[in-house]
Design a protein around this ligand. Structure first.
Ligand code: ADP
Ligand code: MG
Length: 696
């Protein structure tokens, strides 16, 4: 096999600091570096030099175009390509790229969702360069990561609120760290590593399924005789086409600077996972978008289709995105890493309980940050965390917190116990080995893992919410601790009170258990099952206050986002319903009817010579099922017509959830029962078995 030089290809398509240092004059490079580290603004003169160097580098690497690359609220990325060409007076062209074009772009934004923001302000949208995320080359185009906002500065994208949240988190956390004597810490970054799950099927079967083509998931389909019961797929050996795909994907991602690290099979047949090495939250969000896009592109090159939908196949594990989150100071210190001294551990405990309080106080917003029609099909299903927010800390940490709350020394297992001030703090084991795959938010040693995010979603909002909620709690803590007469005592009481007030959200048990739903209710935890139940909480006073206090979302931006998400929910279900109706009328009904006719004819023929009991029974079943199926077509048609009348009405999402989805479920049940009865060769679509085992 041809060897690949990974260090050489890594980031070869990224305009990163090494490239900048090589290509920019020293004084300009210094200014750019300051922009990156302390967020200093760049003048147009500097931007001109950077743009020129970027262009030369991009052209040498095969680019002819550039684009401002941004993440509107559609969940995917957007780009509009401009070439570098510029005409000269002698009828020729030169390749040109100005600082102005680099720094700011104007986008005809009317086709992106804005939730009424643009119409009340200005019709134009602007893209603004985010120099903290490197430019890169994708398919011959220089992509410049940008934020996208309205003329008045309202965020129209996923990136801007995330950047704002990182700023407030850093500011508040630095305040606290000063009190612990960290004079050298000037900046704290939220770090994220997003594990991405996906399905691979062959293009051939994909192209025969309208539901996959139009909606990304199957809307009909009888379960295969062999599913994941045998657990023989998880981390099993890779089939060679899959191995070839993953190799190509890794190389493609490495060139683009994405730190793709781990790859393996997941629980369901045809399901796989990719995990990157973590980076700062904004870079991780960009890299996750690139990863999703490349997963699809590379699959196409290999005659496959990559499905990123949360629930492509009913009855089979869905796909999520585990969002690993931690906090790193500019000195390299991980704030969620238990320390070696009691002093360090007190600081760790404070960060830990701050996260617990943040998630408890803003549990509805955490749920909202991952709410959409696709993820509703997964959250709460047997393989995904429930829609209830809770935190897994593991037995040992939980015992430590309990002992602090009760004011008794912790009876450490194999750890050394030490005293600080009035309370006893053990030396923590660094490796938290307990694993609980059912928890939506689990502490895993030196980071938290938020597991509710859906596989196709942008993780920008989830991290913006988490960062802001954490920043708010740390703000409150800093206010208390800065004014404390006795720091150690105040700190101890603060940790103790926080545990007491927020321990309801700590749950180390089985999140899939029905008993947990009841217990969570008794604990007063929110259980926002579906998107229309969750979204309206965006406008709860405490949430509006949180985001406006920290400058992450204004109230207008929150209202706009609510409107966009509600509309998005109804649109997705509407399209799914129409696709089902298309398949039901044009494909399933004719197949079932033809088959019934053939059975009837055979029965008639057979009756001349002998018994035709089997045909009669089958025909009777087929006929009544087909009648019921037809009735459900009419029911779904009526529900869709009703829903369409109320587009734009905020209650419409609930109508879709209650009426349209249940009509879809009824139609599917009949359709799947027909598939079970019909001649396989007459069935108009590839079966679940054919799809899930399409890659050999
Ligand atoms: P596991 O899921 O088995 O705990 P890993 O240690 O491999 O395993 O981590 C999973 C993901 O968490 C990876 O994407 C990794 O980069 C990320 N991760 C590890 N440390 C951090 C951190 N400090 N901040 C954010 N993400 C992290
Ligand atoms: Mg994990």
């Amino acid at each position: 096999m041809k060897s690949i030089n990974v260090p050489e290809i890594f980031a070869s398509l990224v305009f990163n600091e090494t490239v900048m240092q090589e290509r920019l004059p020293a004084d300009i490079y210094e200014i750019v570096k300051k922009t990156l580290t302390v967020g200093k603004r760049m003048t147009l003169e500097v931007a001109n030099v950077v743009a020129d160097a970027m262009k030369d580098w991009a052209i040498e690497n095969g680019a002819t175009h550039y684009t401002h690359w941004f993440q509107p609220m559609t969940g995917i990325t957007a780009e509009k390509h401009d070439s570098f060409i510029s005409p000269t007076s002698d009828g020729k062209v030169i390749m040109e790229f100005s600082g102005k074009a680099l720094v700011r772009g104007e986008s005809d934004a009317s086709s992106f969702p804005s939730g009424g923001i643009r119409s009340t302000f200005e019709a134009r949208g602007y893209t603004a360069w985010d120099p903290t995320s490197y430019a890169f080359i994708k398919d011959g185009t220089l992509c410049i990561p940008t934020a996208f906002c309205s003329y008045g500065g309202e965020a129209l994208d996923q990136k801007t609120p995330l950047l704002r949240s990182m700023e407030t988190l850093s500011k508040q956390t630095v305040r606290i760290l000063k009190l612990f004597g960290h004079e050298d810490i000037t900046n704290v970054k939220a770090t994220v590593g997003a594990e991405q799950e996906y399905f691979l099927i062959s293009k051939e079967v994909f192209e025969k399924r309208k539901d996959l083509i139009y909606t990304g998931r199957t809307l009909f389909g009888q379960k295969p005789p062999k599913g994941q019961e045998l657990d023989d797929h998880y981390s099993g050996s890779l089939k060679s086409p899959v191995a070839a795909y993953m190799k190509d994907l890794d190389e493609t991602l490495w060139k683009m600077g994405v730190l793709s690290k781990t790859k393996h099979n997941e629980a369901a047949p045809a399901q796989h996972e990719l995990a990157p090495i973590f980076s700062s939250a904004n870079v991780a969000v960009d890299q996750n978008q690139i990863t999703m896009e490349m997963m699809k592109k590379v699959a196409d090159r290999h005659g496959m289709v990559c499905l990123l939908h949360e629930k492509p196949f009913a009855g089979v594990n869905g796909s999520g995105k585990h969002n690993n989150w931690s906090l790193t100071a500019n000195t390299g210190l991980n704030l969620l890493e238990p320390g070696d001294t009691p002093h360090e551990n007190a600081q760790f405990l404070l960060m830990l309980v701050a996260t617990v309080k943040a998630v408890d106080d803003y549990q509805e917003m955490m749920r909202i940050s991952v709410a959409d029609a696709g993820n509703d099909l997964r959250l709460g299903a047997a393989e995904a965390p429930p829609a209830i927010m809770s935190i897994f800390l593991g037995d040992e940490l939980t015992e430590i917190l309990e002992s602090i709350e009760e004011g008794r020394p912790y009876d450490a297992r194999d750890t050394v116990q030490m005293k600080i001030g009035v309370h006893a703090l053990p030396k923590f084991p660094k490796d938290n080995t307990d694993r609980n795959r059912t928890s939506p938010f689990a502490f895993t040693g030196n980071k938290f893992e938020f597991r509710m995010a859906g596989s196709s979603q942008s993780i920008a909002t989830a991290n913006a919410v988490l960062n802001t909620a954490f920043a708010e709690v740390i703000r409150q803590f800093a206010d208390i601790l800065e004014n404390a007469d006795n720091f150690n005592e105040t700190l101890h009481n603060l940790i103790k009170d926080t545990i007491k007030n927020h321990k309801r959200i700590i749950f180390n048990g089985n999140g899939y258990d029905d008993k947990w739903v009841k217990e969570a209710e008794e604990r007063g935890l929110a259980n926002l099952r579906a998107t229309p139940d969750a979204l309206p909480h965006m406008l709860d006073r405490k949430n509006i206050e949180l985001f406006s206090r920290h400058g992450v979302f204004s109230e207008d931006e929150m209202r706009a986002r609510l409107e966009i998400q509600l509309e998005n929910y109804t649109k997705i279900i509407h399209i799914e319903a129409l696709t089902m109706l298309d398949m039901a009328r044009h494909d399933i009904l004719p197949a079932a009817s033809d088959y019934a006719a053939r059975i009837a004819k055979n029965a008639e023929l057979k009756s001349k010579y002998g018994s035709c009991e089997a045909e009669k029974k089958l025909l009777s079943k087929l006929s009544s099922l087909t009648d019921s199926f037809y009735g459900n077509i009419e029911r779904l048609e009526a529900a869709c017509a009703e829903g369409e009348k109320n587009i734009g009405n905020p209650d419409n999402a609930s109508f879709y959830k209650n009426e349209v989805i249940s009509a879809m479920e009824a139609l599917r049940a009949d359709g799947d029962a027909l598939e079970e009865l019909c001649d396989a060769s007459l069935w108009p679509f590839p079966s679940y078995g054919e799809m899930l085992f399409s890659i050999k």
